[in-house]
Design a protein around this ligand. Sequence first.
Ligand code: KG4
Ligand code: ZN
Length: 321
Amino acid sequence: MILGLETSCDETAAAVVTDDGRVLSSVVASQAELHADYGGVVPELASRRHLELVAPVVREALRAAGCELAAIERVAVTQGPGLVGALLVGLSAAKAIAWARRLPLVPVDHLQGHVASLYLGEAPVEPPFVCLLASGGHTLLLAVRARGASERLGTTLDDAAGEAFDKGARLLGLDYPGGAALDALARAGDPGAYRFPVARVPGLDFSFSGLKTSLLYKVRELAPEEIASRRSDLAASYQHAIVRALVQRLRQAAEQAGLERIAVVGGVAANSELRAALPEAAFAPFAYCTDNAAMIASAARYAPALAYPSYLGLDAYASAA
Ligand code: KG4
Ligand code: ZN
């Protein structure tokens, strides 16, 4: 049995997962409300909240799984990328738990964690496949040839896809993080009402920063009454532009890598238009799209474990290598 911990951003999460990928518990305490007033995650506030929540969340994960700490055989934890102060809380807690019971510790890359969310649930996805990882912090195209082994095909040159959703949502007056609210608002709108261009960059990379600027200009250009009456059209058109760019690049990547199967993970994988636009794709189970610790424990099944006590000096890292 693996105990997983995740504290890379604004979710404090712990989970118990078996070696064959059954999720016995997955507890996620979101801090979204804490940061909503600031329109984004405030790193220092996030670290402090993680510190308050990490022990109760681990306790709750063990209780919900119906297992004692004594039954845990490995501890898995997100080492990076993320907010360093936030990561250090989870990493220190994981070290302490592992050290106290002389267990091995598995440091997990957060991005590999998102990919490993595909190996949980009723219908796990088997490599090889091309994977789109689209979250608040990352937009990546990966060729996954085996569980635990992936190669980067493309990434964003500026904003992440989730960030584009969040910034657009903010311009439309929705609270942070606005991705899911924009998705809901867009359902009542016409995706063809406005044209928002997505920059075409060479290769398999993305660029979303211009898109947010064009929404900003559009919002400035419209009269307040028109914005109010056309909010859902604006949301639908804006969302459509992001989804179109993601789908285009993903299909192109699959072709170039010679991989038939495609998969989507990360918070943006929860988007309803993206799901509808890719009927052939495998999506991470809904509950494991946004940050959680079950995916971290899942990834630990395919990553090397460090023996007690060699992990005590382990450090967190902020950005992807
Ligand atoms: O994976 P995640 O929890 O965090 C990171 O690792 O960054 O992703 C969070 C992101 C946020 O930007 C949020 O707005 C977006 O995922 N998101 C969505 C939806 N649900 C969450 N974006 C579009 N449509 C959704 N339904
Ligand atoms: Zn994430």
